[in-house]
Design a binder for this molecule. Structure first.
Ligand SMILES: [Zn+2]
Length: 79
C-alpha cells in the first residue's frame, strides 16, 4: 500500500511536529530508507492507515537533550 502522508513526530515525547502530503515526500522517504540501512535506530514507522511516521526530535527535546545528555541516554535504555 502506498502511504498517503508523512508525519513527523518526536521520538522522545511523541509530539507531532508536522505532516506533509506523501506525494511531496517520496524523495525524503527514499533518502531516509537509505540512511536507515546499516543503523540500529529506526527512523521510519509504517502504520495500518498507510501513513508513514518519521521519528525526529522536537525543538523542546533537542534543547533538553543538550542540557541533560545523560538523562536522555538513560531513558533510552529504560524504554
Ligand atoms: Zn519532543
Amino acid at each position: 500500500m502506498k502511504p498517503s502522508k508523512i508525519r513527523y513526530s518526536c521520538r522522545h515525547c511523541n509530539t507531532e511536529v508536522g505532516s506533509i502530503p506523501f506525494s511531496s515526500a517520496e524523495e525524503i522517504i527514499r533518502e531516509l530508507e537509505k540512511a536507515e540501512q546499516g543503523q540500529d535506530e529506526q527512523f521510519l514507522e509504517y502504520d495500518k492507515n498507510g501513513s508513514v511516521t518519521v521519528r525526529c526530535i522536537c525543538e523542546q527535546c533537542e534543547q533538553s537533550l543538550r542540557q541533560n545528555p545523560d538523562y536522555y541516554a538513560l531513558r533510552k535504555w529504560l524504554q
